[in-house]
Design a binder for this molecule. Structure first.
Ligand code: MLT
Length: 273
């Protein structure tokens, strides 16, 4: 499987106020598709999706403070990350897009959908959910943020990797990449995202207003955004289809790219071809 950037890859470095945000473009003949990674990752999360989506113009941003994108001081609310995306789209001259997001990327996609519904041709929500953090999760995020401030991502890499890909039969290479992405996230990026996620509001009230075709994908073994939550979200969004990916956890696109790609390709062919 060709999961590397193609020879035609374009790296956009987009100035936004006093930072530069990186968006990888894989040129293709079809409509633009933008995929947002989760926390604390970067655009390599989508490495297995490039071949399947080669017919589209694929855009893979590194969110602020993640991957190659610059950091700014925390916090990064989900709305501020959605505003980064809006400015990137304006800079790239992209009007209407199919927008996908995994987990935190999905929180950002839902914030974008609430503010800019007219810019969406389709929505893809992977291993994500619309709910706000319960108090115990907020406390855990504050504790993690404090440790990252002091000692960087090394302070939390083991517990995050265990939460994200631990306790199951996951390809060691996927585990290694997961750890590499965590360790590659900047200190401010990690704290900014933790603080932003902890204060995000419940997006459930906005789900009924989503009017574009929507695909929800969930790993059958996802314990962070489990299938029951995905089913509730699918029931609340008027034009939602739900695909459950057997044998995958929270990082379904990395863990079972074959099944995720089939679901994405089938949905996009019907929704935006
Ligand atoms: C993610 O994958 O983006 C995170 O697990 C989201 C979260 O911690 O809520």
């Amino acid at each position: 499987m060709n999961s590397q950037p193609s020879g035609r890859t374009i790296i956009h470095r987009i100035p936004i106020e006093n930072v530069e945000l990186v968006v990888e473009e894989e040129p293709g003949p079809g409509a633009p598709v933008v995929l947002l990674h989760g926390f604390p990752f970067d655009r390599r999360l989508w490495r297995g999706q490039r071949p399947a989506l080669a017919g589209y113009r694929l855009f893979l941003p590194d969110l602020r403070g993640h991957g190659e994108s610059d950091a700014s001081p925390p916090p990064y609310s989900m709305v501020s990350l959605a505003e980064d995306l809006r400015r990137e789209l304006d800079h790239l001259g992209l009007d209407r897009i199919a927008l996908g997001g995994l987990s935190m990327g999905g929180y950002v996609a839902l914030a974008f959908a609430a503010r800019y519904p007219e810019r969406l041709r389709a929505l893809l929500l992977l291993d994500t959910h619309p709910l706000a953090d319960p108090p115990a999760v907020r406390r855990a995020r504050a504790d993690q943020a404090a440790r990252v401030r002091k000692a960087g991502p090394e302070a939390v890499v083991d517990e995050l990797a265990t939460r994200l890909v631990g306790g199951r039969d996951v390809d060691p290479e996927v585990i290694a990449l997961t750890r590499e992405m965590i360790l590659g996230t900047s200190r401010d990026g990690m704290v900014g995202a933790l603080e932003g996620m902890a204060t995000r509001p419940d997006s459930t009230p906005g789900l009924a207003a989503i009017s574009c075709p929507t695909l929800i994908v969930v790993g059958s073994d996802d314990t962070i955004a489990p299938p029951a939550m995905a089913r509730e979200m699918a029931a609340a969004i008027p034009h939602a289809q739900l695909v459950e990916v057997p044998g995958a956890g929270h990082l379904a696109p990395l863990e079972r790219p074959d099944l995720v790609n089939a679901a994405l390709a089938r949905f996009l062919a019907g929704a935006i071809a």
